[in-house]
Design a protein around this ligand. Structure first.
Ligand code: THU
Length: 130
């Protein structure tokens, strides 16, 4: 199964009764394992979590820490765009050249990279004083 197909499948499990906007994410880790996540909303709205965050949490729980490829899917008019917080979360575990495929249920696809999604990202280098 491709990453997009995995993201499409897990999207069905999203818990999104408040926005009615289901999102699925799938990523491949350096080990070759594929991890998936969906958005999980909460009646206390700020407690909801994004699909990308779920996939990343599953990856770390599974013992992987390096993303080599990622896909996100939603029923949107144009390829779904990860929120700012998720861009930072992805950047924590992926090199800038890692390809992120954004898609709609209808198959509209945008291939981008982690660096393009989060230019000028804050990383650990900023915390080192020479
Ligand atoms: N959402 C995601 O899970 N990922 C995205 O890339 C965009 C937004 C979720 C958060 C919330 O549950 C719903 O979509 C509407 O914002």
């Amino acid at each position: 199964m491709s990453l997009i197909e995995s993201a499409r499948a897990v999207r069905e499990n999203a818990h999104a009764p408040y926005s009615n906007f289901k999102v699925g994410a799938a990523l491949k880790a350096a080990s070759g394992a594929v991890y998936v996540g969906c958005n999980v909303e909460n009646v206390a709205y700020p407690e909801g979590t994004c699909a990308e965050a779920g996939a990343i949490a599953a990856m770390v729980a599974g013992g992987d820490t390096t993303i080599t490829e990622m896909a996100v899917i939603a029923d949107s008019p144009k390829p779904v765009s990860p929120c700012g917080g998720c861009r930072q979360k992805i950047a924590e575990f992926a090199q800038g050249d890692v390809v992120v495929t954004l898609t709609t249920l209808d198959g509209l696809t945008l291939e981008t990279t982690v660096a393009a999604l989060l230019p000028g990202s804050f990383d650990a280098d900023y915390m080192v004083r020479s």
